[in-house]
Design a protein around this ligand. Structure first.
Ligand code: ADP
Length: 498
């Protein structure tokens, strides 16, 4: 095992990373964070990374000039030949970003939905074109990748093309495909009458490959054909092979269990660092928490909360199904009654927004709510709060609990998905643990766990501050995640045909 010998670096890999979004170019959610950060972290560890994205109108062109010329690509879509272009921006340090342009599919439009929030009706055609255009661009370039890493349903057709229509292309001879599931709830389901747009044999429209209860399931194409499947936390990898967490695909995932594993997302330590965060009233680090006190006072003043000795509890979350907001509603008043103060930043389902605003109106001075999406405020809350509540029913990885650790805010979480993997129950006897964790999805369980945390906050501040400091020193960076992905890539390459 030459690679393991001290002083002998492993051979760099040629990695193609394909995503429908990546920050800072275009981001609509967590996938955009991952697809922006992970390619950078892989390149920083000495590998060559080509990141492919669609060139939507909404791509941020102010960052770099995206060349208007580029490689011309032709993709047969049903009876027509659709033309597109691939052009690249060299980011330096081993990272190139490749944009696939196609006026009809991506020009004048955003990623998935129109301005009214309605899904584009031709998304199957747009993303199957994108997948095949990426493969055509790679064939024209002629530089063989080791790994082709795709993400979620939008790019999940690539493993299927690699094993069927493109199986003979010499440039893909040694390539292994990796599919990462960021959220199994979104699968890309379409009516079978659209099959002719995919350019795949009709034989694949059966439950063994891509059919799902009479529909085309694009994510299932990736699950059926990828050499390696990952998801964004080890616990989520276990949850999705069970009927309760499998969104109907648990059977397929059980079948592929040997190729499935969980790799935790990381956090961007440049973006989330209280020692350098310009958005805060004061900067601080684990050595001195005085700045955090200043941030807490500033946050209370910003939200017009009364002064008090109780802890300041916070939520920063989409107000959506799965986030556990229903169980939070019932325990707010008992917590406020006991002297806690509470702030919430979120937006989403209207009935939840209304309920939180109603309770805040009844508890003015103790509780305040901001409805909206406000990045800077999310940083000020993470810095100013004592505890962050994350009671999710399911959570593939979750980022807010890792931000809160970095900002010295103790997370109280339900043991779901990545929350279970990143947060370890505090034990006052040993001082071990970085937060508070409950199992049962109920208001009672959330309330009693929060009260347990409050007791230590109020009664044993020395222990509390020690826990805060050690959470701030944890390494949840992308560098750690990138190392795990590299290990998986190398295992796949070493194993030949899986
Ligand atoms: P999910 O992707 O399911 O929403 P994550 O915890 O993985 O959950 O990521 C959520 C991200 O969105 C975090 O970066 C969080 O800070 C941010 N976020 C959620 N709601 C808001 C909001 N209302 N304002 C600002 N940032 C928000």
């Amino acid at each position: 095992m030459a690679d393991k010998r001290k002083g002998k670096a492993a051979k760099p890999l040629d990695i193609v990373f394909v995503s429908s979004e990546a920050r800072p170019w275009v981001k609509t959610g967590g996938l955009g964070d991952v697809a922006g950060a992970l390619p950078e972290a892989l390149a920083a560890q000495g590998n060559r990374v080509r990141l492919f994205l669609p060139l939507y109108q909404s791509v941020n062109r102010a960052l770099r000039r995206i060349p208007a010329d580029g490689v011309r690509i032709k993709v047969p879509v049903s009876a027509r030949i659709m033309e597109g272009r691939a052009s690249s921006v060299d980011m330096g340090g081993g990272l190139e970003v490749w944009f696939i342009a196609q006026e009809g599919y991506f020009g004048g439009r955003g990623a998935y939905v129109d301005p009214a929030g309605i899904e584009y009706p031709d998304n199957l055609e747009r993303f199957s074109f994108f997948c095949r255009a990426v493969l055509e661009a790679l064939i024209i370039q002629g530089e063989a990748p080791d790994i082709i890493h795709v993400n979620d349903w939008q790019t999940a057709l690539i493993p299927a093309y690699l094993k069927t229509t493109h199986a003979g292309a010499p440039v893909f001879k040694r390539a292994k495909s990796v599919l990462t599931i960021h959220n199994l709830g979104y699968q890309g389901l379409y009516h079978p009458s659209l099959w002719h747009l995919l350019g795949l044999s009709w034989d694949l429209f059966n439950p063994r490959w891509m059919e799902f209860y009479g529909k085309i399931n694009l994510l299932k194409a990736g699950l059926s054909f990828a050499d390696v499947i990952t998801t964004v936390s080890p616990t989520y990898a276990k949850e999705i092979v069970a009927p309760e967490g499998g969104f109907g695909l648990d059977g397929v995932l059980r079948h592929k269990r040997r190729s499935l594993s969980g790799v935790l997302n990381g956090i961007d330590a440049d973006e989330w660092n209280p020692a350098a965060d310009q958005r805060l009233a004061a900067k601080y680090d684990h050595r001195s928490l005085e700045g955090k006190e200043i941030c807490k006072k500033a946050l209370a003043a910003e939200f017009k909360l009364d002064e008090g000795d109780g802890p300041l509890l916070a939520v920063v979350s989409r107000l959506a199904d799965g986030k556990g907001m229903e169980i939070l509603l019932d325990c707010l008043e008992p917590l406020l009654d006991l002297g806690a103060r509470f702030v919430l930043l979120g937006s989403g389902e209207k009935w939840l927004e209304r309920r939180f605003l109603e309770i805040a109106a009844a508890w003015r001075g103790s509780m305040a709510v901001t409805i909206g999406f406000d990045e800077a405020l999310s940083h000020r809350i993470q810095a100013g709060a004592d505890m962050l509540l994350v009671p999710s029913r399911y959570e593939p990885c979750g980022l807010t609990q890792m931000y809160s650790l970095a900002y010295g805010t103790i997370p109280v979480v339900r043991a779901a998905g990545g929350l279970n993997d990143t947060i370890h129950q505090y034990d006052p006897a040993t001082g071990k643990g970085n937060g508070f964790k409950f199992e049962e999805y109920s208001s009672e369980a959330l309330l009693s766990k929060t009260l347990e945390a409050m007791k230590i906050y109020s009664g044993e501040r020395g222990k509390w501050n020690k826990m805060v400091r050690s959470g701030m020193r944890e390494d949840n960076s992308w560098g750690r995640s990138a190392k795990t992905y590299l290990k998986l890539y190398r295992q796949a390459l070493a194993s030949g045909d899986l």
